[in-house]
Design a protein around this ligand. Sequence first.
Ligand SMILES: *Cc1c(COP(=O)(O)O)cnc(C)c1O
Length: 380
Amino acid sequence: MAADDTELAFETRAIHAGQEPDAQTGAVVPPIYQVSTYAQDGVGGLRAGYEYSRSANPTRDALEACLASLEGGVRGIAFASGLAAEDTLLRALCKPGDHVVIPGDAYGGTYRLFARVLERWGLQWTAVAQQDLDAVRRATRDNTTLLWCETPTNPLLNVADITGLAAIARDVGARLVVDNTFASPYLQQPLALGADMVVHSTTKYLGGHSDVVGGALVTNDAAVAEELAFHHNAMGSVAGPFDSWLVLRGIKTLALRMDRHCDNAERIVAMLRKHDAVKQVLYPDSDEVARKQMTRFGGMVTFSVAGGEQQALDICARTKIFTLAESLGGVESLIEHPGRMTHASVTGSALEVPGDLVRLSVGIEHVDDLLADLRQALAG
Ligand SMILES: *Cc1c(COP(=O)(O)O)cnc(C)c1O
């Protein structure tokens, strides 16, 4: 099935896009082509277009076609990690001396890539709160070539207006990239809202089972696709065949999983909002922009507790079903303390997060068990 079969529903494309039964064996799902090189019939005589697996691999091709279809792009590209995708994108589309506007509460690894790696390469950047479009516009300069957006953000779940950012990008002659990791293409379609590129950590909801690290880029601009594909091969940051296969398998149940993540998160948010120990619940269900650009609000829930940092740490230590771990987006529920864990590397910077926060990645277990686990952890 071709990646541009847009008349088919999302759920159908998640299972079939890029995945014809194998011509030779009839295998219903793409096999893991665990191979580096391909026999040639005479010099340059490629049998199916494949010569070396850094350049192209059939399992990775299937994943890339599926990703392109789900995000509504002309091309998907699969990487070894989300950060490998980000690094490749930035080196492909920026040059030393360019300027990028990034979210004030960007994913910690993204912030570190700018602050510790690409700044040394000569890339300039400004971090601003992207829910404030005027602040984003003021942060642009003559040399701004990229607006980098994350929505909802991690761990504060701030929402940025993708359509508004796309308009600013057009005005200043920059491109807009949206990190769609938290929403997944099932809940939010950045390219349709005006973004030029989507970046994913497929490690999270797309893979969905906490068993693979991967990344992806999707674009609907053919010229951008060419640049990205060239750098993908030239820089070598590619996804391996087995990792590609795991992500492809995860994607088949993305819609089912996301619906359950959202169902469970909504029930947990309702419980937390009424709980005496909870100061504030961060979940974008009443955000006007989120309601416009997302179909539902995802499985990530952050809350602050009245008892401060020590209570937040205690809650993280007391849950039994919510596993204390970094990462997110898997079928199993996770809990973490952003200040000491995922966001420890930004302590002392503008991206530092409050110590009284707890972040949940709500999984797809039975919601009654999750509610009971949180209640006992909050009771102490
Ligand atoms: C995890 C994550 C990344 C980085 O992806 P890796 O696969 O860990 O390299 C980027 N952005 C967001 C929002 C993430 O959650």
